[in-house]
Write a protein that binds this ligand. Structure first.
Ligand code: CMC
Length: 433
């Protein structure tokens, strides 16, 4: 980070105020306001963080105007084409792509940690069978913190690395267990001879009664979906993980906070909402009605899978997801899939509509992911848990980066108070002895 120059603010400030302007590797410069309150007695006000850089980070870069997404400098398109999800995990955690030995060691280590403590299975039994998988995820991933007292010293890099491995390895096992629990099927143990995605697909879709041989095209598609979800700089759930971690909370608790935040329909819950929406629209002939609902300010309906805080251009992940969708549907002989055709037509109509054009609302990553996951045999209530599985590495990479940052302090925003001024309790409420 480079200090460029200072900006001077004096209107309304009690005194002249000098603030440094900092420059990162790329992207907009930032005004460093850390001394603003000290100098002027004023806070800044930015409820949705639309103009606020909450931290400095070297992990992921987004240019929302140009539709660019880079992990550690590498374009998402190249990573999706040439790398596996575990290579991307290594990259996000370590800053560089692994060589042959490094990836072999990383994959072996992850594989060895995929089983969960047998005691953990008891936590599932406390949930109703119809509990939403994200509710179970919040409970069970949070419970992991009670199993790993051996490596919870967050100041130790060795402990942090082990927590990262444990989370990346065990979250897929837990996701699959959530599904098995809700369908009443037995939990499947991981199998070490399978790779990360094959293993997950077997735990999720296989049963102990049958051999499960995953289709390589579908394995590659799921691997790519995980890559596309792996990180997205300071999004709501990652910022939640950072804020939780800033108090010194353990990594499992922090990732659980991220899972809880991801659940919302404005964030990771959107993939489930997209499929529900497409099913509700039902037919191409109903598209205009729903587009009009989305444009109507009095109607709370929004076109799910459309719009993004940062992307004011096509979300690059959505393009890749649409290609993956084509591949998967073709492989499964579903290229005439009614929902996919409906999605393509809805996208076409929305992108020509003045409302969506003016507001720069484009399909985001969630628009096509539900259709692919559905085709892979994953039920819609599991979609957000699948997102969490991909994003776990991003959360943990940011958490680790934050803990290692010498400037790290507890996150403690201030507010613009709009409540009552100081007042006395009225006489009728005063208790007399
Ligand atoms: N349908 C209709 N109108 C929309 C939509 C939409 N999907 N998204 C935004 N708008 C309108 C919104 O009504 C507002 O209009 P106006 O300026 O007239 O008040 C304008 O566009 C700006 O929207 P905003 O809500 O102020 O924008 P935001 O940056 O706060 O919210 C968003 C971003 C993603 C929450 C929002 O676009 C949205 O709710 N989209 C649908 C949910 C969705 O797909 N979420 C997944 C996000 S990508 C994956 C992830 O990060 O998890």
């Amino acid at each position: 980070m480079t200090k460029l120059r200072s900006v001077t603010l004096n209107e309304k400030a009690q005194s002249l105020c000098e603030l440094p302007i900092l420059s990162g590797a790329t992207g907009p410069d930032v005004v460093d306001i850390q001394t603003l309150y000290q100098q002027t007695g004023m806070f800044t006000y930015d409820p949705g963080f639309t103009s606020t850089a909450s931290c400095s980070s070297a992990i992921t870069y987004i240019d929302g105007e140009k539709g660019i997404l880079l992990y550690r400098g590498y374009p998402i398109e190249q990573l999706a084409e040439h790398c596996t999800f575990l290579e991307v995990c290594y990259l996000l955690l370590n800053g560089e792509l692994p060589d042959t030995d490094e990836i072999q060691k990383f994959e072996d280590t992850i594989t060895l940690h995929t089983m969960v403590h047998d005691q953990l299975t008891n936590f599932f039994k406390g949930f109703r069978r119809d509990a939403h998988p994200m509710a179970i995820m919040v409970g069970v991933v949070g419970a992991l913190s009670s199993f790993y007292h051996d490596a919870l010293d967050i100041k130790s890099k060795k402990d942090r690395d082990l927590s990262a491995i444990r989370l990346i390895a065990k979250v897929p096992t837990i996701v699959a267990m959530c599904h098995k629990y809700s369908t009443g099927l037995p939990f499947m143990y991981p199998q070490n001879k399978l790779n990360y995605v094959e293993n997950f697909m077997r735990m999720m879709l296989g049963t102990p009664c049958d051999e499960f041989s995953p289709n390589p095209v579908l394995v590659r598609a799921l691997d790519r979906i995980l890559i596309l979800h792996a990180d997205h700089e300071q999004n709501a759930s990652t910022s939640t993980v950072r804020l939780a971690g800033s108090s010194g909370a353990n990594p499992y608790a922090c990732i659980t906070a991220g899972i809880a935040c991801l659940w919302g329909a404005a964030h990771g819950g959107a993939n489930e909402a997209v499929l529900n929406m497409l099913e509700e629209i039902g037919d191409v002939s109903n598209i205009t009605t729903f587009i009009n609902k989305a444009k109507d300010k009095r109607d709370p309906f929004r076109l799910m899978g459309f719009g993004h805080r940062v992307y004011k251009n096509y979300d690059p992940r959505a393009k890749l997801m649409r290609d993956t969708c084509h591949e998967v549907l073709t492989e499964l002989g579903l290229h005439d899939d009614k929902i996919f055709k409906l999605a393509l037509e809805l996208e076409r109509i929305a992108l020509e509509d003045q409302y969506f054009v003016e507001k720069k609302l484009y399909p985001n990553v969630d628009y096509y992911s539900g259709i692919v996951l559905h085709a892979l045999g994953i039920p819609s209530n599991m979609f957000t848990a699948m997102f969490a599985m991909g994003r776990t590495v991003g959360w943990i990479a940011h958490w680790d980066e934050m803990i290692a940052d010498p400037e790290q302090r507890i996150g403690r925003p201030r507010q613009l108070y709009t409540g009552a001024a100081k007042r006395d309790i009225p006489p009728q409420h005063i208790k007399r002895a």
